[in-house]
Write a protein that binds this ligand. Structure first.
Ligand code: ADP
Length: 178
């Protein structure tokens, strides 16, 4: 599924984010940038040790929830990995939606600042962090659509959803929002 917004585009794709050839690949990181399972495990496995070596050196304090930091992409096809820290779901009354939107927005700003023309996102927070996928999809897509409507730079934003359930949730949310 694909929608165009001015000179930009938003795409939904089912697959593995480590196969992407976008300029930037977003990692679903934790605030210590310590490595983990899910997307993070896949990115470090496929990208090699250079990514962790760089984040350890540049961001010894880690990265706060609702923000993101950038590194090189090691052996991945991307130029950059943007390590985003989404919120852990704890019922919905702890600013989870605001923190999730802030994490997406920071990734988009970093991509533009680094002259990226394309960026691939996983579904942040919906794995180990337990954010309900249908709600996360609405926050993620609304944030990206708002950003693409505001920004001057053309950008291709691709959501790479791992399974059919996640793809379906994002497709339904995009139908509703676009
Ligand atoms: P978080 O800790 O932010 O919840 P996870 O990595 O545990 O992050 O999961 C985020 C989402 O990414 C989940 O929907 C999960 O199914 C999906 N996912 C896991 N591995 C991959 C991958 N290689 N490519 C794309 N999505 C993935």
């Amino acid at each position: 599924m694909r929608v165009e917004i001015g000179r930009s585009a938003l795409e939904l794709h089912q697959g593995d984010i480590t196969d992407e050839t976008t300029d930037a690949t977003v990692n679903a990181a934790n605030s210590r940038l310590a490595g983990g399972g899910g997307v993070d495990g896949a990115i470090h496995r496929r990208g090699g040790p250079a990514i962790m070596a760089e984040t350890d050196a540049r961001y010894p304090e880690g990265c706060p929830t609702g923000s993101a930091v950038v590194s090189g992409a090691g052996d991945l096809a991307a130029r950059y990995v943007i390590h985003a820290v989404g919120p852990v779901w704890s019922g919905g009354n702890r600013s989870e939606a605001d923190l999730l939107a802030a994490a997406y927005r920071r990734c988009l700003e970093l991509a533009v600042d680094h002259d990226c023309r394309s960026i691939a996102f996983p579904s942040l927070s919906t794995g180990a962090y337990c954010y309900p996928t249908d709600q996360a999809a609405r926050v993620a897509l609304r944030t990206v659509l708002d950003f693409l409507r505001e920004t001057e730079e053309p950008l291709r934003v691709r959501f790479v959803l791992f399974d059919q359930g996640a793809y379906g949730a994002y497709a339904a949310a995009l139908e509703e929002l676009a």
